[in-house]
Design a protein around this ligand. Structure first.
Ligand code: J2J
Length: 545
């Protein structure tokens, strides 16, 4: 085994990171939850063992472990030559292409901190990350889904002097900017970070304003990855399909490409989860495992294409991110001939899975048990008292994979975390006698659009910017395929011209809001229903819809 030489000993000091109390950190280490390993190391161990095995496939591109780590060390050298250092933030804003994996590992190799930005994000979100995280580099593709991201990169560089480097790849990856980085002499593989350093910033759907940044350390994230590997049956023979955005925590660590690359399996990237794009890949690459959101499962179940392709290699399907109806769950095994593994996780940390061999009833109705023995769960009533098992309550959690605070967000932290460091998930759950959780509701003002999280307040603020709009209220309404979709109620100003869904969507898109946050429906009203104390009643608005 190739042990990386000892690197720096002093932990990174990153202003705005909420640390773990020392006694708890010491406990997590002595219990073996946190180990002295950095994010890049498991991959390099696989590469030392299996240099010629295929690590990653996307379209026509196929890279062995040796090739992948070689490219990572060249990109790391290139970034380092540009002046990117340990602790520097690098916004990695890429679709499902191998370069996403290469850039994040290259960052870890030099101790830099990638911000995992979904490809769907646009100027509003990206600018927020650059500003708040004070990113020194931004990596993107020149075009994505009709958006000119090369222009965005140029604008951001002009507007934010901290952003010293923009690296713009071709739309499908590759291109001159990448070739320049790859031309560097590879760095030797060495440890250039401490395991307790912040390793990455993941994004939260949030409930207010802009998405919050979630700072995971090498220790917290790798613990989650290591626990996921056996629970999801991941091994060297795994061929994993990634069909949701590769930066999402399901794709990264649950069990994700990190889990698969740690044990020498193969990762296949797909641009999306639609049957016509993934069924041929399942057949061609003999895919064994995938982690997907419920709308993808429904699309697979309802597709006539499933008779046309050989999907028999698929052993298990991890479904999470949003509620899977029991009715859809029941169809998975008979119609797709795979083991359904439901999970319930959150980028903030806590992840729960059903074991692969859980009993039939729980496999359909439960969303798992915490994956770490160090996870602490509280299920509380409205007054903050613990409820008996079997009774729904608010879920709070603390543990070795869960952050103690969002990055540089003290006000949000005061609301989202208790004084003793429990994260208020905003989910209403019920725990059965064996500790299995079912997610039965939500107390946070958030829309879950098929796994993509939308903060109504953020969308409202944008709609309010339109000159014809007097007031706006955004709610999630039921949708057969997505679970929920975004509906906006709008009160217009007196002399407003013609306003309809198209006008508002066009306006929000122009203002640089990600497409999945745009309202799917719009209703012009003259007043909003009110609660007893005169607040807008979103409950009534949802019911009206
Ligand atoms: C209902 N709601 C669910 C489920 C998540 C693994 C799996 C999922 C995520 C994830 C993740 C749900 N039923 N099965 O990060 O590592 C809702 C809850 C939760 C929020 C978190 C992982 N699974 N949810 O979905 O940060 O409301 O993480 O708090 O995107 O999704 O969303 P996110």
């Amino acid at each position: 085994m190739s042990l990386a030489p000892l690197g720096p000993r002093d932990p990174l000091v990153l202003e705005g990171f909420v640390p773990y109390p020392e006694d708890l950190a010491a406990h997590y280490r002595s219990a073996g939850y946190w180990t002295d390993q950095t994010m890049a190391e498991p991959l390099f161990e696989s590469a030392a063992r299996l240099p010629d095995k295929t690590a990653i496939v996307a379209g026509e591109t196929r890279r062995t472990y040796g090739e992948l780590t070689g490219r990572i060390l060249r990109i790391a050298a290139g970034l380092s030559d540009l002046g990117v250092r340990r602790g520097d933030r690098v916004v990695v804003h890429l679709p499902n292409i191998p370069e996403f994996v290469e850039f994040v590992y290259a960052c870890w190799e030099i101790g830099a901190v990638p911000v995992f930005a979904p490809a769907a994000h646009r100027r509003t979100e990206i600018e927020h990350f650059v500003r708040v995280a004070e990113a020194s580099a931004y990596v993107t593709v020149s075009r994505h889904d009709g958006a000119d991201l090369a222009a965005l990169a140029a604008e951001l560089k002009e507007a934010w002097p901290v952003l010293r480097h923009t690296i713009v790849l071709d739309p499908q990856g590759g291109g001159e900017a990448l070739e320049r980085l790859l031309a560097s002499e590879p760095l030797p593989h060495e440890r250039r970070a401490v395991a307790s350093d912040v390793a990455l910033l993941q994004l939260s759907g949030g409930t207010t304003g802009q998405p919050k940044m979630i700072p995971h350390t090498h220790e917290t994230y790798l613990h989650s990855v290591r626990q996921s590997i056996p629970l999801c049956g991941i091994s060297e023979s795994t061929v994993q399909l990634i069909a949701v955005p590769v930066c999402h925590s399901m794709s990264a660590r649950s069990p994700g490409f990190l889990g698969v690359l740690a044990v020498g399996g193969t990762v296949v990237l797909a641009p999306n989860g639609s049957p016509d794009s993934v069924f041929p890949l399942i057949e061609e690459h003999r895919i064994t495992q995938s982690s997907v959101v419920p709308p993808i499962v429904l699309a697979w179940l309802n597709s006539s294409l499933k008779e046309r392709y050989d999907l028999s290699s698929l052993e298990s399907l991890h479904v999470g991110g949003a509620r899977l109806s029991a009715e859809a769950a029941r169809r998975v095994r008979p119609e797709l001939d795979v083991v359904l593994q439901q999970g319930f996780g959150m980028a903030e940390g806590l992840v729960n899975y059903n074991p692969l061999d859980v009993d039939e009833e729980r496999s359909l109705t439960c969303q798992g048990r915490p994956i770490s023995p160090g996870d602490e769960l509280l299920v509380l009533d409205d007054e903050g008292n613990e409820v008996p098992r079997g009774t729904p309550g608010h879920l709070l959690t603390r543990g070795p994979t869960t952050i103690r605070g969002y990055f540089r967000a003290p006000e949000q932290n005061a609301r989202s975390f208790t004084e003793d460091g429990f994260y208020r998930t905003g989910d209403i759950v019920q725990q059965d006698e064996l500790g299995y959780l079912s997610v039965v509701g939500r107390s946070k003002d958030q829309i879950n659009r098929g796994g993509e999280k939308v903060a109504p307040e953020e969308v409202e603020n944008f709609i309010l910017g339109h000159p014809a709009v007097y007031d706006a209220s955004v709610v999630g309404v039921e949708d057969r395929l997505l679970g929920e979709r975004v509906k906006a109620y709008v009160i217009l100003r007196q002399d407003a011209g013609k306003v309809n869904l198209g006008v508002i969507r066009g306006y929000l898109r122009e203002r640089g809001l990600a497409a999945y946050k745009l309202p799917d429906a719009l209703e012009i009203v003259t007043e909003f229903p009110q609660t007893a104390i005169g607040k807008v009643s979103k409950r009534l608005q949802r019911a009206q819809a």
